[in-house]
Design a protein around this ligand. Structure first.
Ligand SMILES: O=C(O)CCC(=O)C(=O)O
Length: 269
């Protein structure tokens, strides 16, 4: 499923587009249930004080830095789960022809999915400040592509994303550590940004946001009573190399796994 001419135009001019009802709501729910079952099997309570930990199945679970009020289930205190593209429904979606086609059409050539995150954004969880995803990727090619699949509604109240249309044309800007005491590990921010042109991206379960990795975006806090759930994937041209020096490289390798998502021709053995 290649992007339509209208979607391509939005990609070029604004750096993103939304495909409404890209998948059935039930598929998103299945991805969420499978991931939550794995959080419950190896909960944050067994790893107290750790900013992130790895499960035996290869997931990397990042608890919220601040204890969440009203925590009942293990997942109530989790911020993100990385490496969901390694198995299950989240893997099958990541390597589906439809996703591979979109990434290949926008990046050109063969593409891999290299990173994934299940983002829970529980009630009370803080948003992530303005950033560009490429800042996190020290690769020898740019851009990368993000696919942000809404599993729940994303609203102004529960912490939807906001984007700065057209900012994908900018270079990767300087990022500093999120200045809020108690912010989650890994949150970085771009300071002194003129955000007057920012727009919220309101989404329904099953909608897909396709966005350029230089696009400036952020999310706001969840002030609602229910979780805001999303599954996020990143794609890059096959053969891309990570240029990060150690120890950054070693850290990134834990949450970076290259899996073919689209190949133009069948590889011959
Ligand atoms: O979903 C969010 O709240 C933030 C996600 C985000 O900024 C990202 O995936 O880069």
């Amino acid at each position: 499923m290649s992007p339509t001419a209208e979607q391509e135009a939005s990609w070029q001019e604004r750096g993103f587009f939304v495909i409404p009802a890209f998948v059935a709501k039930a598929l998103g729910r299945q991805m969420a249930e499978e991931t939550i079952a794995q959080i419950r099997a190896d909960p944050p309570a067994a790893h107290l004080g750790m900013p992130a930990y790895e499960t035996t199945s290869g997931l990397v679970i990042q608890p919220e830095a601040q204890p969440m009020i009203g925590t009942i289930e293990a997942e109530d205190s989790v911020s993100k789960v990385f490496n969901t593209h390694l198995a299950g429904a989240a893997h099958d979606f990541a390597v589906s022809e439809r996703c591979g086609d979109i990434a290949a059409a926008l990046l050109g050539g063969d593409v891999d999915v290299f990173q994934s995150m299940f983002i829970l954004k529980n009630p009370g969880a803080w948003g992530q400040p303005w950033h560009q995803d490429s800042h996190y990727f020290n690769f020898d090619t740019t851009p990368q592509i993000g696919l942000w699949l809404a599993i729940s509604e994303a609203t102004l109240e529960n912490g939807c994303l906001s984007v700065l249309p057209g900012s994908h044309r900018r270079e990767v800007l300087e990022h500093v550590t999120d200045r809020r005491p108690g912010a989650n590990q890994g949150y970085l921010e771009v300071l002194n940004l003129d955000e007057t042109a920012a727009i919220p991206v309101l989404m329904q379960p099953g909608d897909l946001l396709v966005f350029h990795s230089h696009l400036l975006h952020r999310s706001v806090d969840n002030k609602g009573a229910a979780r805001r759930l999303a599954m996020v994937y990143h794609y890059a041209p096959a053969g891309t190399r990570n240029l990060a020096p150690d120890p950054i490289r070693a850290m990134q390798d834990k949450i970076t796994h290259w899996i073919p998502a689209k190949r133009s021709a069948k590889e011959v053995a």
